[in-house]
Design a protein around this ligand. Structure first.
Ligand code: SAM
Length: 257
């Protein structure tokens, strides 16, 4: 990665304050920060998922950790945490709160697509509310490289086909593009097929039909199109290969309008 990665300006700019306000009002309900938009997911949603699927004992890498709002959840599960984010501003904020904490092994500025860690160095990886901002084929290939066989991966993302009448999802897609927010939509069926072909086990799957369903944890556990978001939990297989392109900058729903 070069220092002039054009994505950094966006994540180093006002995004930190924006995401702090969104997290502060997390939970079911309607946002005041983005008038009328559903609120984002709160800790109770993730606690529920982590309780259900668990972690491997040992080390966890959180990709796109921001200021470490999830760290207390990992700490409560006795994990040794490394946080990574593309944004110096986010990692700066994480250092202020967490640098001295015994559970923290590292706080690193780097993009998801180039993880500065040896192969198979983590027992777990979490990438929550971040994969949609990354070049997903490159990021997922890196995730599979740094997690050991048998290790656990939690990923969330946006599906490339959501309901045509999900006006909040459509408004969010259009709004993100206007702000130059990096935004990729996954061909989730293809993602599941690639992971299965490579021998990774799907441990948990949650699909959220409409924008806002994730925050309310209103989920379906079979991939029935259309849906807006997904949360997937995998166990890494014995080996991995490069992940092919599985995402696009525009959803099919937007293109079909
Ligand atoms: C929506 S926030 C989510 C933060 C955190 N996971 C949470 O749920 O609170 C997205 C985070 O991903 C980071 N990010 C965006 N693109 C990234 C990339 N390509 N590599 C690493 N981090 C990235 C941003 O800087 C930001 O902190």
């Amino acid at each position: 990665m070069t220092q002039d990665d054009p994505r950094k300006d966006y994540w180093n700019g006002q995004y930190l304050e924006y995401w702090r306000s969104r997290v502060a009002e997390a939970g079911a309900g309607t946002s005041d920060v983005v008038a009328g938009d559903p609120n984002t997911e709160g800790d109770e949603v993730y606690n529920r998922v982590f309780d259900r699927y668990g972690f491997e004992p040992g080390r966890l890498l959180e990709v796109g950790c921001a200021w470490g709002r999830m760290f207390p959840l990992y700490k409560a599960r006795n994990l040794k945490i490394t946080g990574l984010d593309i944004s110096e501003a986010m990692i700066g904020a994480a250092r202020e709160s967490w640098e001295a904490d015994d559970s923290i092994e590292g706080l690193v500025v780097s993009p998801a697509e180039e993880l500065p860690f040896p192969d198979e160095s983590f027992d777990n990886l979490a990438c929550l509310a971040v994969l949609d901002a990354t070049r997903q084929d490159e990021a997922l290939t890196e995730f599979l490289r740094v997690v050991r066989p048998g290790g656990r991966l939690y990923v969330t993302g946006k599906n490339d086909l959501y309901h045509a009448d999900d006006t909040e999802a459509l408004a969010a897609e259009i709004g993100a593009r206007k702000k130059n927010h990096p935004n990729f939509f996954t061909d989730t069926k293809e993602l599941l097929e690639v992971m299965s072909r490579q021998g990774h086990t799907l441990v948990g799957q949650h699909y959220f039909e409409r924008r806002g369903d994730f925050a309310a944890f209103h989920s379906i556990e079979t991939p029935r199109l259309p849906f807006y978001e997904y949360l997937l939990v995998f166990e890494r297989g014995e080996s991995y290969a490069r992940v092919p392109k599985i995402s696009a900058t525009h959803s099919k729903t937007f293109q079909n309008q």
